[in-house]
Design a protein around this ligand. Structure first.
Ligand code: TYD
Length: 134
């Protein structure tokens, strides 16, 4: 697997009143955060993602509940389960991802390095494999 794919641990401030974690661009996150979006009310059995990005970098967080992220670098494929709000999965560009197995009430927060741009998507896995193994 591409060694750039990794889990990031966010700081945790433990208090009897509850826990607090924080995320700072260019500190915990290796890019400037240009966009934040979130997935919620995902029906059981639904699969999100199913694409790679030419340039976009993202960090994916299970803010609540759990889901699995299948990542594919064009050669290797592995499944990473996210179920902690203090873990972020860093995905650099040119990584295919599928998000599945969402628990009821799961919220998936995504931090992204650029605004939404459909031209940055690769939505065909055969095309992705060709480009990735270029
Ligand atoms: P898409 O990225 O394909 O969803 P996912 O990968 O989570 O399955 O986006 C779904 C739709 O939402 C698509 O029509 C584009 C739109 N969209 C935006 O308008 N802005 C955004 O920031 C994102 C992520 C998606």
């Amino acid at each position: 697997m591409d060694p750039r794919v990794r889990l990031i641990d966010f700081p945790i401030v433990h208090e009897p009143r509850g826990n607090l974690s924080f995320i700072e661009g260019q500190r915990q996150i290796p890019f400037d955060i240009q966009r934040v979006y979130y997935l919620y009310d995902v029906p059981g059995g639904a699969v999100r993602g199913g694409h790679a990005h030419k340039n976009l970098q993202q960090v994916i967080i299970a803010l609540s509940g759990s889901f699995d992220v299948v990542v594919d670098d064009g050669t290797d494929r592995k499944k990473i389960s996210l179920n902690r709000s203090y873990h972020g999965l860093y995905l650099p560009n040119m990584i295919w991802r599928e998000l599945e197995n969402f628990s009821s009430g799961a919220v998936c927060l995504v931090l992204a390095s650029a605004y939404y741009e459909e031209d940055d998507y690769i939505r065909d896995i055969a095309q992705f494999r060709t480009l990735a193994n270029g």
